[in-house]
Design a protein around this ligand. Structure first.
Ligand code: H79
Length: 618
């Protein structure tokens, strides 16, 4: 996006906001102000104004291919599903401060873009923080029933409050609250007892209450200026020593938002973890590319398989830390889909819960995790120690994981006409079985035009996701071309397209809960520019083509098949990505085709094409 465009959009938002603000009633303002501020903040990020800043926050990502063989690399290969816990003083506020509710991530409530709570007032909250309902055994049992293999909990978030007994800062749960216990000790012991791994999140750069921490006060209580180095030496490093020496063996230290932390400090942190916990992983967000693995943008599952060790972190609802209003829970089915697709791309999935201020777990979080866990108990082979999909990407109806010569087809979207179409499998099948809890149903299958057609029951055997196991005669051979079957919509991201005389790039923006959204998109169209996808069509037919794009004015698109048929049509455009039906495209022959999209008229610079969706007209 050009600088001029960014400035223009931002000015528009400010202008609209001012007009609205002058006409709003004062009681309304109290409620609406925080929402609008987060929205403006989000818009700024979306427009890229502060992208560099936030990128600096995450720091260079790490990628270490050899690690999978080291003992600490086993964590990801064997147990690729974990529980993340965000719990701190902020849970007590639950995103409400002075009778005002703030809509955003709960652990950020103190920040000036949300409630802007002064340091002294925030510290006072500790006096009434008494999480008597914290039950370490119950949390570990929940993680276990959910099918998770280890737990990572916030030992200190950006607010600087230590949820463990720290000798270097009195601002900790044992010394500053009425609770007077160290819940991290209890959790570490419960994990050990129940056979789960245990590890800590630690925010190493930001500390909003400690003098010298990033985002914190510049001066101490005596008015002396405190440097980051002083903060690092007096609080950060000693606390990392504490969490890596006082809680037995830990599996991972999950550092976050390195920002501008100097390289030598990161070296010290990594050395400290290595010294005290040689088998613990260090997260990719430690900074300066010095972590053991890569963490994708929060809640991001990549389009194609990725080698090496990496993880996706996700949230059971929207906010990491507990927020009283946040009821946007992910269903058990969605959790399973995210988990399976992350494993199918080669990654590890860590899913967050936010306990309440009294230490208890929100009921709905327990429900959705346990229910997903019941499914996992029936089909553990689909996920644990499973290898990624030979297809390299999601399929139209679900995803595939693998162990040896066995493929597990997880069908998210079960067709009701008795046939499931699998494109591109070139190895002979020995057995095809529909798996059930205690039963296995043998399936008939046939091949046609390089596709495997499985005869399946019309009704889904399983409430959430049915699993078909294919045992192959030999190691798999697969043509990964994107397959268009007669029963499902195929969504073709521009990630999979070749872009000629136009600009293909990743766009990212930050949503109100602080999560990055990433898409691939194409803009800056030249007159002869086009994008082109290769796809394998099972059946000649009429197909509806939809385009998803954002733009500034009406657009005229041309969609052409390599058989010479085309659609040319005008549609509107809006500044948010939206799907528009473009028309029917006739495909005369089954098999491989190229479909091209070009912009005929409209804003050639800024019209941004995200994807093409195509489905058969019945
Ligand atoms: O611990 C979780 C988040 O608190 C942390 N990483 C995950 C694992 C994180 N640190 N920084 N961010 C996420 C980016 C957050 C940015 C935002 Fe905001 C906070 C967007 C909305 C609230 C500040 C305030 C920027 C816009 C409004």
């Amino acid at each position: 996006m050009s600088g001029k465009w960014k400035t223009y959009k931002f000015k528009c938002h400010i202008l609209l906001f001012n007009i609205f603000w002058k006409s709003a009633r004062s009681d309304m303002k109290k409620i609406i102000y925080p929402i609008v501020m987060v929205f403006l903040g989000t818009t700024l990020y979306a427009q890229g104004e502060k992208e560099v800043g936030m990128d600096n926050m995450w720091g260079a990502q790490s990628h270490n291919e050899e690690l999978s063989d080291a003992p600490r690399g086993k964590l990801f290969s064997d147990g690729n599903y974990a529980m993340f816990i965000h719990w701190g003083l902020y849970a007590q506020l639950a995103n409400e401060w002075n009778d005002t509710t703030y809509y955003g991530i709960g652990e950020w409530i103190m920040h000036k873009n949300l409630a802007g709570i002064p340091v002294d007032e925030y510290k006072e909250i500790a006096k009434s923080f008494n999480p008597v309902n914290f039950d370490a055994d119950a949390i570990v049992s929940l993680a276990k029933n959910a099918g998770m293999k280890y737990i990572i909990i916030t030992s200190k978030h950006h607010d600087g409050f230590a949820m463990f007994h720290s000798k270097v800062s009195k601002f900790n749960i044992v010394d500053a609250t009425p609770l007077g216990r160290d819940p991290m000790k209890e959790l570490a012991e419960a994990c050990k007892k129940q056979g789960l791994g245990f590890g800590f999140y630690y925010s190493q750069n930001q500390d909003w209450t400690a003098p010298g921490g990033a985002g914190g006060p510049d001066k101490d209580a005596n008015g002396n200026v405190v440097s980051f180095e002083q903060y690092f030496e007096s609080k950060c490093l000693p606390q990392v020593t504490e969490i890596t020496t006082q809680y037995g063996d830990i599996v991972l230290v999950w550092f976050d938002t390195p920002g501008r932390i100097p390289k030598k400090n990161v070296e010290q942190l990594v050395a400290e973890v290595r010294k005290n916990q040689p088998n613990a992983l260090v997260s990719g967000r430690v900074g300066h590319g010095m972590g053991d693995y890569q963490t994708f943008g929060d809640m991001e599952i990549p389009f194609s398989n990725i080698d090496g060790m990496w993880e996706t972190v996700d949230v059971t609802n929207d906010s990491w830390g507990y927020a009283w209003y946040d009821k946007n829970w992910k269903s058990p089915k969605l959790i399973l889909e995210n988990l399976i697709s992350t494993v199918a791309r080669g990654g590890t999935y860590m899913l967050n819960i936010g306990p309440k201020g009294d230490g208890s777990i929100p009921e709905e979080a327990a429900y959705t995790l346990t229910t997903a866990g019941e499914w996992l108990k029936k089909y553990p082979q689909v996920v644990y120690a499973a290898d990624p999909s030979p297809w390299d990407h999601k399929l139209s109806w679900g995803d595939v994981t693998r162990k040896g010569n066995k493929l597990f087809l997880s069908v998210y979207d079960w067709p009701d006409n008795g046939r499931l179409y699998l494109p591109g499998l070139q190895t002979e099948i020995l057995h095809a079985n529909l798996l059930g809890e205690k039963t296995v149903e043998k399936l008939n299958y046939s091949t046609e035009n390089g596709w495997t057609i499985l005869d399946i029951p019309c009704e889904n055997s399983e409430k959430f996701i049915s699993v078909i196991e294919l045992e192959l005669k030999d190691s798999f051979k697969v043509d990964p071309t994107l397959g268009l079957d007669p029963d499902h919509t195929l969504e073709l991201s521009t990630h999979f397209a070749e872009a000629i005389n136009c600009n293909k790039e990743k766009k990212k923006w930050m949503e109100k809960f602080g999560e990055w959204k990433h898409i691939m998109q194409v803009d800056q169209w030249q007159k002869d520019g086009f994008v082109s996808w290769e796809l394998d069509v099972f059946e000649p037919a009429y197909y509806m083509v939809r385009l998803k794009y954002a733009g500034t004015e009406r657009t005229v698109w041309k969609i052409t098949s390599d058989e010479g048929k085309f659609i040319q049509n005008q549609q509107n455009a809006s500044h948010v990505y939206h799907s528009y039906d473009m028309g029917w495209l006739k495909i005369d022959k089954a098999g491989k085709h190229h479909i091209q999209v070009s912009l005929i008229d409209g804003d050639f610079e800024k019209t941004s094409l995200e994807s093409l969706e195509i489905y058969k007209i019945h």
